[in-house]
Design a protein around this ligand. Structure first.
Ligand code: SF4
Length: 383
């Protein structure tokens, strides 16, 4: 597509921008788009940015976004001034993206900011530091600024630059490790090896920035499930991240891995197999003090959450409780979870919820033979 000067968003400012995703833990955060899309864009399980090109936003435009939020916050704090701001001296009227972003952030206390999109630390460190400094100057209430970053990108940033980012107010980096297995990483074209993941993770920690590592149970398929669990545990044991966040594999039709699945070159794990894999992974986490978080809607057992090492036995017992249930109850739980009716295993004792899930089980024509295919389809709704 030819970009004309008139429509080039790097020449003209077209207003506040918001990217498509954020971590579940950033629901209350201000979303500040610093780059657009993903510079790598090749991961086989990911469909988010496949139709979009990566670009860095102009620092002056990002500052205009911050100014825009500041004006809307001012009008929320002082409604009289707000009438003037959104009436006579209107810049961005109420009802715009910036207004709703400011409104959501204001009602949640204006404490956290999430920098978008997929790999914003690929921007020059000096730009990131300039944006962070401007942001904190405008909003002294901010306690936490977080960003996604790829391991390959972090591995190339100098220690001094990372430290300077931390001093400028970057508190946490979310890295999509997905797996510690080189075979899995290669199969899904992650663009990082186990060693790169470890190097990047240790660098983030050495800079004094909190580290959140995303891991994807099921990503190795049936063939690499065991290696995926053991190698991921091994990488995490070397890094000792602050957070280990699980996000179970789901394969939307628009992800390249879907074609591999259809061609029979990837055998997807059932929920039961993923739970065995997760158990193996957690039981091999040793000598670390990470918090395990399963707050993603795609996870079968969202209640597998707690601190290591003290909660390890409890986390394994939650998985065991599911694995030891009779098969029909397992299937009902799978369906209830994927319909969004169940949060945890305790919901199986809720007669009202169970009646709804049993009715859906009949209505959807679910059987022991098709349960995994049906729940896989349901899971893609959440992506
Ligand atoms: S690095 Fe992240 S956003 Fe980019 S393709 Fe991979 S999973 Fe998707």
């Amino acid at each position: 597509m030819q970009v004309t000067m008139q429509s080039d968003p790097n020449t003209f400012y077209y207003g506040y921008e918001v990217g498509p995703i954020r971590p579940p833990s950033e629901a209350r955060s201000l979303l500040l788009r610093v780059t657009r899309n993903c510079p790598w864009n090749r991961c086989a399980f990911c469909s988010i940015y496949k139709q979009s090109e990566f670009s860095e936003r102009v620092v002056a435009h990002i500052k205009q976004d911050i100014d825009s939020i500041a004006r809307h916050i001012e009008s929320l704090v002082n409604p009289f001034l707000g009438r003037i701001m959104t009436g006579k001296r209107r810049h961005e009227p109420a009802g715009t993206q910036a207004y709703w972003m400011a409104f959501n952030w204001f009602r949640h206390g204006m404490k956290a900011v999430f920098i978008q999109d997929a790999d914003s630390l690929s921007m020059p460190a000096s730009d990131i530091i300039e944006i962070l400094t401007y942001l904190h100057d405008k909003f002294p209430s901010i306690e936490r600024v977080t960003s996604y970053a790829r391991s390959s990108t972090v591995a190339k940033i100098s220690k001094d630059s990372l430290k300077a980012m931390r001093e400028a107010g970057l508190n946490r980096i979310h890295i999509g490790m997905e797996s510690g297995s080189d075979a899995v990483l290669k199969m899904v074209k992650k663009g990082a090896s186990k060693e790169i993941h470890v190097k990047a993770g240790l660098k983030v920690r050495a800079a004094g920035i909190e580290l959140s590592e995303y891991v994807m149970p099921g990503l190795g398929g049936i063939r690499l499930s065991r290696e995926h669990a053991l190698e991921t545990a091994s990488a995490l044991n070397r890094i000792n991240p602050d957070f280990i966040r699980f996000r179970q594999l789901a394969i939307p039709v628009t992800a390249p891995l879907h074609a591999t699945l259809e061609a029979g070159r990837f055998e997807r794990c059932t929920d039961l197999q993923v739970m065995h894999e997760l158990r193996l992974l957690i039981s091999n986490l040793d000598g670390i003090k990470s918090s395990i978080v399963s707050d993603h809607i795609l996870n079968l057992l969202q209640e597998v959450e707690g601190g290591l090492p003290e909660d390890k036995t409890r986390l394994l017992s939650i998985i065991d409780e599911f694995l030891e249930m009779n098969p029909q109850r397992q299937r009902l739980f799978q369906l209830g979870r994927r319909l969004g009716l169940f949060y945890g295993l305790g919901d199986l004792k809720d007669d009202g919820k169970m009646a709804r899930v049993e009715a859906a089980y009949q209505a959807l024509g679910i059987s022991p033979e098709n349960i995994d295919e049906k729940v896989s389809d349901l899971m893609t709704r959440f992506i």
